[in-house]
Design a protein around this ligand. Sequence first.
Ligand SMILES: [Zn+2]
Length: 444
Amino acid sequence: MPINDSKYWDEHLECMPREELEANQLKDLKEIVQFAYDNSPYYKRSFDEAGVKPSDIKTLKDIEKFPFINKKTQRDTQGVGSFLGELCAVDEKDVVFISTSSGSTGVPTISPFTQKDFDEFQDTEARWFWQVGMRPTDRYVHALNFSLYVGGPDVIGAQRTGALCIWGGTLPSERLLWVLKTYQPSVIWTSPSYAWQLGEKALKSGIDPKKDLNIKTIIVAGELGGSISATRNAIEELWGAQVFDFYGLSDIFGACAAMCEYKDGLHIAENHILVETVDPATGKVLPPGSKGEFVFTTLRKHARPLIRFRTGDIGWIDTSKCKCGRTHGRIHVLGRKDDMFIVSAVNVFPSDVEAGIRSISGITGEYLIRIFEKDFTCKYSVEVEKKFDNLDSDENVADLVSKSLKARIGVKPYSVVVHKDGDLNTRSEHKSKRIIDERTSKPE
Ligand SMILES: [Zn+2]
C-alpha cells in the first residue's frame, strides 16, 4: 500500500515514461515467449509450424510474426495431454487457482494461475480500486459472482487497499439493499444494468439511493454501459455517485483495465498485457489508434501464457499520456465483434443503440434490439419501455426514439415498439440479454 495518501497505487509503475514501459514490455515479452516455447506443447508446435522462434523477438513489433490464438484454440487444447491442456506451461502442482469463462459462447474455458500469477493479478486489481479513489476509510461491497468467475477473487485486491470489504456475491436484491442500508458502504461493484435496476428497485421500495444510502463510487463491468456516457450519467444521477468502468477478460484478469477520474477510456495494465489492434476480417495489424479487434499477449502469466490472443472485442487504444499523469494506454471498447451488425453500410454496435436510447428521458432505459432481414437487407428494430409517469403518447415516444437513433447512428430503426414500464423481459441480475438476431444468413 502507498505510504502516504498518494493518488497512485504504484506511482513509479503507473507513470513511468513510455520508453521505459516499452523496454520493460520487451524484456518480459522475450522471456514469456521463450517460456511458452519451452514449456507448452501447443506453442512449441505452433511456432515450429509457423517457422518462428523466440529469438526472433528483437523489438515489440516482432510479435507480429507469431501466429494468433483464439477461444477455439483454448477449447481445442483444453484437457489435451493433461487436465489443464496443451496451452498450459506449468505442472498442475504449481497451479493454485482456476477460473472459467461463462460459457455463453460455447464450452467454458479454464484460466489457471500460479501463486505468482495470482498475486500479481491481485496487485493489479488493487491498483484499479485505488485509481477510482478507494481508500482504507471506505467500506466496499463486492457484488459479483464468486462461483468459478474470475471477477470473484478481485475482492482480495480490494482488501489490499485497506478498505473494509464485504463479500456480497450475487445476493438477491432485497438482501443487497438491506446491506447497503444497514452497513452504509461507500463503494460497490456490479454490472451497469444491475446498478440501474437496483437503484430503481430501491426507489420503488421507498429507499432514496441519494439520501438513504452512502454509495459514492459505483464500479461497473461485464457490459459496455459504463463506457457509454448517457448510461453512466443516468446511473450517476440515480445514485448521486461516480460511476467508473472496468474491463476484464476471463482469460486474463477480473479487471485488465479501468477508468481514472477523467473517464476518457480505460487505462490498461500494459506491464501485463501487450496490446495490438488488427483488422477483424484479415488479421492485418493496424497502427495504434485505429479501430479494430484487440489482440492481447500476456507478458507475465506463467500458468497459461496467451501469445497473440484474439479477444473478439473491437476498439482502439490511445497511448498518449493521460491528464491524470498515468502513461499506460487507454482502451476504448466499442463492442464484441460478434454483436456488430451492418445496416445500410453502417457498422452498428448495440452500444450505439443503447447510447441513443439512454439519452432520452421518459423511458426506463431498458431495451431490446431485434436484427432481421427484409427484402435481403439487414434491418433493426427496437423495443423500449415508457416510464410509468410519462403521459406522452406511445407514438410520440416511438418517434423520439427513432429520431435519437437516426441522429446517433445515421440509420433509423425499422420500427419502435413501446411497452409499459416493467413489461420488457430484459432485467437480469447478471448480464442482460438485449439482442435477438433473427437473420438466417449471418456474416462470418
Ligand atoms: Zn488517466
